[in-house]
Design a protein around this ligand. Structure first.
Ligand code: HEC
Length: 120
């Protein structure tokens, strides 16, 4: 194989990898968006707050939600103050989307770095 063909092959491979990467990014944004819809539709926000901040009736869920496996186990089986959600009410896919939504929520900024709060 001559060099220019090698070069073209490598460029094509890199472009392919870049496309895959951006598709993954777009689909994770879409998943978080679907998760936000499911989070609102299933009433999680009523106790946990619209961005998972907690403090209403439920605990804080975001930022840095506990692992998806924990969510699955807790939400399906809880016998505490939170009502359990069976697969019939909340599909496993929607639950994963909700988890992706909560993962997409950024941490609040440090008040020390907020210009408005700086005393001059
Ligand atoms: C009626 C109020 C209410 C609703 C609605 C509700 N939760 Fe909760 N949730 C709670 C309370 C209260 C707790 C703490 C319960 C406990 O420790 O047994 C909790 C705990 C949790 C926990 C465990 C948190 C931890 O750190 O251990 C997760 C995860 C969770 N909720 C997710 C959800 C999701 C997702 C939804 C929507 C599908 C939802 N909750 C809907 C009240 C609610």
């Amino acid at each position: 194989m001559n060099n220019s063909i090698k070069k073209m092959k490598s460029i094509a491979l890199h472009l392919g990898a870049l496309t895959l990467l951006s598709v993954a990014q777009i689909s994770s944004a879409a998943t978080a968006k679907e998760g936000e819809v499911a989070y609102m539709k299933n009433g999680c926000w009523q106790c946990h707050g619209t961005v998972g901040q907690g403090g209403i009736a439920g605990l804080k869920l975001a930022p840095n939600p506990k692992p998806l496996a924990y969510f699955n186990a807790f939400i399906r089986n809880t016998v505490g103050p939170m009502p359990p959600y069976s697969e019939k009410i909340l599909s496993t896919q929607d639950l994963a989307h909700i988890h992706a939504y909560l993962e997409s929520i950024p941490a609040a900024p440090d008040p020390k770095n907020l210009p408005l709060l700086q005393v001059k």
